[in-house]
Design a protein around this ligand. Structure first.
Ligand code: CA
Ligand code: CA
Ligand code: CA
Ligand code: CA
Length: 180
């Protein structure tokens, strides 16, 4: 015959009996004072907001974005311009150049048009003094009319401030061409 006393006298199991504790032991029958309070926080040591006191991860961990540290500063920024080395874009930074790159963060080679030409190779047509898209006799007459001018000259093709034989020659060398 089995004594019913046996069940009542089952051996006590020491442990943490507080269900809110991180080391709660559902099998424990007797609290032994070992309960550890749960402390919510970020438990990932690699996270920016790692909390050494936390023992329950609450999903709040935040991590630095690539190439930056937790303070939002570049891990590597050789030239100190707040653009991380890995994110630098090399390009021409002179907005007067043909290949100006507004996105560039590091200086690169710049290309400029030949004098008297646009970046696409078309003539600026500075010789077209009367703006009729052709370099013709009308322009010659304007140079001759302004010949000898020394200030505020309208027919100064060479840009030296004067209208001299240089300007006549510049005009004649382009004579007959059309402006696009
Ligand atoms: Ca930089
Ligand atoms: Ca830079
Ligand atoms: Ca003309
Ligand atoms: Ca001139």
């Amino acid at each position: 015959m089995v004594s019913s006393e046996f069940c009542l006298d089952s051996p006590s199991v020491p442990g943490c009996t507080d269900p809110t504790a991180v080391n709660y032991n559902p099998l424990a029958t007797e609290d032994d004072g070992s309960c550890i309070d749960s402390i919510s926080g970020c438990t990932n040591v690699a996270a920016c907001n790692y909390d050494a006191a936390a023992n329950v991860d609450d999903g709040s961990c935040t991590f630095p974005i690539q190439f930056y540290n937790c303070a939002g500063q570049c891990n590597l920024d050789s030239d100190g311009d707040d653009v991380c080395d890995q994110l630098e874009i090399e390009g021409c930074q002179d907005d007067t150049a043909c290949n100006y790159d507004a996105e560039a963060t590091d200086p690169g080679a710049c290309f400029y048009p030949d004098p008297g030409f646009n970046c696409d190779g078309t003539s600026l047509c500075i010789e077209d003094l009367n703006d009729n898209n052709a370099i013709e006799v009308g322009d010659v007459l304007l140079v001759l009319a302004d010949f000898g001018c020394t200030e505020n000259c309208s027919a100064d093709i060479t840009g030296d401030g004067f209208v001299t034989v240089d300007d006549v020659l510049a005009l004649l060398s382009a004579f007959g061409s059309e402006c696009l």
